[in-house]
Design a protein around this ligand. Structure first.
Ligand SMILES: NC(=O)c1ccc[n+]([C@@H]2O[C@H](COP(=O)([O-])OP(=O)(O)OC[C@H]3O[C@@H](n4cnc5c(N)ncnc54)[C@H](O)[C@@H]3O)[C@@H](O)[C@H]2O)c1
Length: 269
């Protein structure tokens, strides 16, 4: 029964692997038996969680430089992964940018929201995911198998509740950007595009949309957020690993074009 969830000796690519959620996906894939190619920007800060994994996994986890907004950089990373590790069977499109609530310096009223900030989120979250899919996904389609998991968000489905942030001090109220949800909603739609395009070539494409993940938020935020979630709390790493391995592995062999919301029921209310 459990064998369907294994990825033994398969190669999995994770973009934005060195940040907060990246190591969660990497650890889940390593745990299922995969070898993992961890892609991130050259010089990206490496979280302690990623460093700990790299120390333990040795040659089963390798790091590659890749800027997902740059086609040449993606092609370079794909060539390096092929040479050093082999052909990827799994791709986790995780790299993304958001505007954290503690970024007080960059707050603006909605009528003055800089278009450049909007463009940057679309550029990374949507166009970056598209380009990585073009390069790695096309290779999978050519080989006749693969599983692509795009990391979405609960804000792909619902608008952020700005009241979650109204206790934060600052000259201007923190306003979660409309660009973030718009970019993630587009990713959910693009998931369906590639699922239908490559279904006959054995490539499955799904979205995993996490709710807010615990990690460094202030107590008031956590209390307000938890009150909005049917399961009563923020997500933790162990809530995310099972769904990721399910979508990556043959356990989900007849699942494609799907958005798996792992949000404690946030979007059900
Ligand atoms: N943290 C959450 O609560 C949460 C909730 C829902 C969805 N998500 C999504 O999960 C994904 C990971 O989020 P996170 O919290 O780990 O963010 P993070 O900022 O901690 O990590 C993002 C990683 O992406 C990398 N990155 C940014 N731009 C890049 C580029 N151009 N090319 C390659 N890599 C790039 C960064 O260097 C970083 O390592 C994102 O897509 C995010 O939207 C996060």
């Amino acid at each position: 029964m459990n064998d369907g969830f294994r990825l033994d000796s398969q190669i999995a690519v994770v973009t934005g692997a060195c940040g907060k959620l990246g190591p969660i996906w990497v650890e889940a894939l390593l745990g299922a038996g995969a070898r993992v190619a961890a892609l991130d920007l050259p010089g990206a800060p490496v979280s302690s969680a990623f460093r700990a994994l790299a120390d333990g996994a040795r040659e089963r986890l390798q790091r590659f430089d890749c800027d997902i907004t740059n086609r040449q950089s993606i092609e370079g990373a794909a060539a390096a992964v092929a040479t050093r590790m082999g052909s990827p069977a799994v791709l986790v499109n995780n790299a993304g940018v958001d505007q954290p609530p503690d970024s007080s310096g960059s707050r603006s009223r909605i009528d003055e929201l800089p278009l450049d900030q909007f463009r940057k989120m679309i550029d990374v979250n949507l166009l970056g995911t598209f380009q990585v899919t073009q390069v790695f996904g096309a290779q999978m389609a050519k080989r006749g198998s693969g599983s692509i998991i795009n990391i979405g968000s609960l804000y792909a489905s619902v608008s952020p509740d700005q009241r979650l942030y109204d206790h934060l001090a600052g000259d201007l109220p923190f306003l979660k950007s409309p660009a973030y949800g718009a970019s993630k909603a587009a990713v959910v739609n693009m998931t369906k595009y590639f699922a239908t395009l490559w279904g006959r070539q054995g490539v499955r494409v799904n979205t995993l949309s996490p709710g807010g993940v615990l990690g460094g938020q202030d107590e008031q935020f956590k209390a307000k957020y938890g009150a909005r979630v049917p399961l009563g709390r923020m997500a933790q790493a162990e809530d995310l690993t099972g769904p990721l391995v399910f979508l990556a592995s043959p356990a989900s062999s007849y699942v494609t074009g799907h958005e798996l919301r792992v949000d404690g029921g946030f979007t059900a209310w």
